[in-house]
Design a protein around this ligand. Structure first.
Ligand code: 13P
Length: 287
C-alpha cells in the first residue's frame, strides 16, 4: 500500500535528513526508483508532473502503475505517489485518481488567490488522508513549458501559506529547475533560515539537479526535508542509452529488444537515485 508523504517528511525533519522526490516518466523509471529505495532502506516519493502524467496516459495510469508495481515487487519501504507542480484542476484530478500526495502550485496566482485555492485543496486532500505541498515565490527555470524567474520567497507570504494546514512548503531560495547556469549565485541560506524559523515545518527544495553536495547538506541542516530531482536522472538515462547504441549493442543478437535496449539507462537511474539517497542522509531510515 502506498502512503502519504507527511509522516516520512516529519520524521526526516525531526532527524535531520531529507527524503528524495524523484520524477517518473515511464515504467522503467518507476521500477528504478522503487529498486533504489528498497536497496537503501528508505522511504521515497515518486512524483509525476502534469506533462509526464499526460505522456504516460493520465492520472489513473500513473497512480495505478506505482501502486501495482510497489505491490508486485514486494517493496517494504514507505512510498508516496505525488503530483509535482499541480494546477488547481490537476490537483483535484490527482486526488480523485488515488495519488497519496499532491503539490498545488499556485505561486503564479496573486497571493490571495493562491491562499484561497491552497486552502480548498488542503481541505479536500486531507479529508482523504492525502498530504499537500504548496508554493510561494516561483522556482526559476523551466518545467513543462512553464518558466518563472528565480525568486526569493517572501517570509510573510510563507507564513500565511504555512498557516493553512499544508504539510510541507516549497519556497524559492535561489534554486532553479534544470541545469544551473555557470554564473548561478548558489542557494540563499539567509532566506532559508528566515523561512525555516518562521514556518517550522518541512521545507521542499526544488531543482535538486546540480546543487553542490555541501549546499544540499547545509540546506538539510536548516530544515529542508524533501529534495526534488528530475533532470539528473534524465541525463544519466540518456547518456547510458546513447553509449549502448553507439557501441552498436542494439545491433548484436537481440540487443534491439527494449528490455535490453533500456537496461543500461534504467540501471543508471538506479545508481543515481541511490547516490542521491546516500547524500540526502536517508539511507536505512526505514529499517
Ligand atoms: P530538476 O529537474 O532541476 O532536478 O528539478 C526537479 C524538480 O524540482 C521537480 O519539481
Amino acid at each position: 500500500m502506498l502512503v502519504n508523504a507527511k509522516e516520512m517528511l516529519d520524521k526526516a525533519y525531526e532527524n535531520g535528513y531529507a527524503i528524495g522526490h524523484f520524477n517518473t516518466n515511464n515504467l522503467e523509471w518507476t521500477k528504478a526508483i522503487l529498486n533504489a529505495a528498497e536497496e537503501k532502506k528508505t522511504a521515497v516519493i515518486i512524483a509525476g508532473s502534469e506533462g509526464a502524467i499526460k505522456y504516460m496516459g493520465g492520472f489513473r495510469v500513473v497512480a495505478d502503475l506505482v501502486k501495482a508495481m510497489h505491490d508486485e515487487m514486494g517493496i517494504t519501504v514507505p512510498v508516496a505517489i505525488h503530483l509535482d507542480h499541480g494546477s488547481y484542476e490537476g490537483a483535484k484530478k490527482a486526488i480523485e485518481a488515488g495519488f497519496t500526495s499532491v503539490m498545488f502550485d499556485g505561486s503564479h496566482f496573486p497571493l490571495e488567490e493562491n491562499l484561497e485555492k491552497t486552502k480548498e485543496i488542503v481541505e479536500l486532500a486531507h479529508s482523504k488522508g492525502i498530504s499537500v505541498e504548496a508554493e510561494v515565490g516561483g522556482i526559476g527555470g523551466e518545467e513543462d513549458g512553464v518558466t518563472s524567474a528565480g525568486e526569493l520567497a517572501d517570509v510573510e507570504e510563507c507564513k500565511k501559506l504555512a498557516s493553512l494546514g499544508i504539510d510541507f512548503l516549497a519556497a524559492g531560495i535561489g534554486n532553479i529547475h534544470g541545469v544551473y547556469p555557470a554564473d548561478w549565485q548558489g542557494l540563499n541560506f539567509e532566506r532559508l533560515q528566515e523561512i525555516s524559523d518562521a514556518v517550522k515545518m518541512p521545507i521542499v527544495l526544488h531543482g535538486g539537479t546540480g546543487i553542490p553536495d555541501d549546499q544540499i547538506k547545509k540546506a538539510i541542516s536548516l530544515g529542508v526535508s524533501k529534495i526534488n530531482v528530475n533532470t539528473e536522472c534524465q541525463l544519466v538515462f540518456a547518456e547510458a542509452t546513447r553509449k549502448y547504441i553507439e557501441a552498436g549493442k542494439d545491433q548484436q543478437g537481440k540487443g534491439f529488444d527494449p528490455r535490453k535496449l533500456l537496461a543500461d539507462g534504467t540501471q543508471a537511474i538506479v545508481d543515481k537515485v541511490e547516490e542521491k539517497i546516500e547524500m540526502f542522509g536517508s539511507t536505512n531510515s526505514a529499517k
